[in-house]
Design a protein. Structure first.
Length: 203
């Protein structure tokens, strides 16, 4: 798929970075809707602390996760395969909003729950082959603000970051996943619970 195939109309939607496209919008969800979504997802999502095998040892993920979406689309990452739970009405509503914004069908959603500033996700790129060549990944954040870091794969000193606030939207597109890694590092500054939703399309 051409990396601009699903780009919404209008030159201004994405910011071009070196080898990738980014759209960032603080306050994408109005405050009331973001508050409602945070509480509903916190209380009703089937959160689980997964573990992965690292050098022969089972290591717990430093956050809770859940996988929702079209139920015929299992997803594998970090050595585990997740079967999705069916969309809830709230998630389906958000999915439809993002489908129409990005002119694409997001059929899968990975949710991350960061219980406090010590929860994290390490440096990685979303490059599983099920996501296709140049995936569009739409990420909504709810709750405590955390710093989302990006760094070039070929030069770790070449970095940028976005502080993802309550209700913000970050979309990564183009060839970004080939050339950049991203992470939410642990912080020493106390921060509240945070939920992140990354909408994806499994081919
Ligand atoms: O929590 C975030 O903002 C990032 C999540 C992430 O990188 C992922 O799910 O692949």
């Amino acid at each position: 798929m051409n990396d601009l195939f699903s780009q919404p109309e209008g030159d201004e939607f994405y910011t071009k970075i070196q080898d990738g496209l980014i759209h960032f919008q603080q306050g994408f969800l109005p405050r009331e809707k973001a508050d409602y979504m945070f509480q509903t997802l916190r209380d009703n999502i089937k959160w689980k602390q997964e573990s992965m095998n690292m050098y022969g040892k089972q290591v717990m993920f430093p956050r809770l996760t859940a996988w929702y979406g079209d139920t015929d689309r299992p997803y594998s990452f970090s050595g585990i395969t997740l079967q999705p739970h069916p969309w809830t009405p709230e998630l389906n509503n958000l999915q439809e909003q993002l489908d129409s914004l990005c002119s694409i069908h997001f059929n899968s959603l990975l949710l991350n729950f960061y219980r406090n500033e010590k929860d994290s996700i390490g440096w990685h790129q979303d490059a599983e082959k099920e996501l296709g060549v140049n995936p569009i990944i739409a990420s909504i954040s709810l709750g405590g603000t955390r710093r989302f870091q990006l760094r070039r794969k070929d030069d770790h000193t070449n970095k940028m970051h976005f502080d993802l606030g309550h209700g913000s939207l970050l979309i990564m597109a183009g060839a970004l996943q080939h050339h950049w890694q991203h992470a939410i590092n642990k912080s020493t500054v106390p921060c509240g619970e945070r939920i992140n939703l990354t909408f994806r399309t499994i081919k």
